[in-house]
Design a protein around this ligand. Structure first.
Ligand code: COA
Length: 261
């Protein structure tokens, strides 16, 4: 069992609740926290009993208020590149996880916090959530994939505006832009909504879910032809017993019972 210091890893049997746990620093991501997120996702990849993940921040004020500025302030050109690449790799492992990952965003999701939320497959926010890429206020730019994923989610014009002004936006605007999937009135409601979405996904064929994730991520990979990835994934599904079960259950007018095989 891993001994985490900066995150809480709570496994309720099927869903892991991964809480960034530095509330005194508004859950700012220092290097140790990034390393723990990496380890947590390795555990999530390896444990077949885990079916879905909710990522959130501890305390009332923030999801994550960014990378830890006290560490950023010390970076030089050489280690800044390593810093960004290491974080990008961890966030890519979230995006490529074959199990659904939802960010439950309450309060500030700024800089690396917005980037962490965007690396998750979906975002459920509370009405108090605030999103932004304020790195330019510090004389730097986003380094954990923010310029790329924000542009993918909201388009170039809004991404230019947010990354260049450093402005924060409220949850309702984030919803309108397609940055978040749902806005709920309270943390409890956001938690319930996240679990409801995961519950629906967990009732489907897990191999198919993993392949959907690969195909949708292929959209943003220039080295990959997403249509080919989709055709390959479609063909791969036919080799699973879940495909036989899903189609047979439909024809027999009963609910499918998937096994992940
Ligand atoms: N890195 C390190 N520490 C951070 C932090 C960050 N990204 N964001 C907040 N904190 C710390 C503060 O330094 C403060 O610590 P202290 O009590 O030891 O002084 C604590 O968290 C609370 O933050 P505070 O600024 O007092 O709260 P606030 O309610 O007045 O303001 C924010 C909230 C989010 C507007 C403000 O903290 C902020 O602008 N944070 C930085 C956001 C940012 O630029 N992120 C991108 C980083 S690349």
């Amino acid at each position: 069992m891993t001994n985490y210091k900066n995150v809480l890893f709570e496994n309720n049997g099927e869903i892991v609740h991964l809480t960034i746990n530095r509330p005194d620093k508004l859950n700012a991501l220092n290097i140790d926290t990034i390393a723990e997120i990496k380890t947590a996702f390795e555990e999530i990849y390896d444990d077949s009993t885990i079916k879905g993940v909710i990522v959130k921040g501890a305390g009332e004020k923030a999801f994550v208020a960014g990378a830890d500025i006290s560490e950023i302030a010390e970076l030089t050109e050489v280690n800044a590149r390593k810093f960004a690449e290491a974080g990008q790799e961890v966030f890519a492992s979230i995006e490529n996880c074959h199990k659904p990952v939802i960010a439950l965003v309450n309060g500030f999701a700024l800089g690396g916090g917005c980037e962490l939320a965007m690396a998750c497959h979906m975002r459920v926010a509370t009405a108090t959530a605030r999103f932004g890429q304020p790195e330019v206020n510090l004389g730097v730019i986003p380094g954990y994939g923010g310029t790329q994923r924000l542009t993918q989610l909201v388009g170039k014009a809004k991404s230019f505006e947010l990354c260049m002004t450093g402005d924060m936006i409220k949850a309702d605007e984030a919803l309108q832009l397609g940055l978040v999937n749902h806005v709920m009135e309270s943390i409890e409601a956001a938690q319930a909504k996240s679990e409801e979405i995961l519950g629906k996904i967990m009732a489907k064929a897990p191999v198919a879910i993993g392949l959907v994730i690969d195909c949708i991520n292929a959209v943003n990979n220039e080295q990959e032809n997403g249509y080919q990835t989709e055709a390959n994934g479609f063909a791969a599904c036919t080799k699973t017993s879940d495909f036989e079960e899903g189609t047979t259950a439909f024809l027999e007018r009963r609910k499918a019972a998937f096994k992940g095989e």
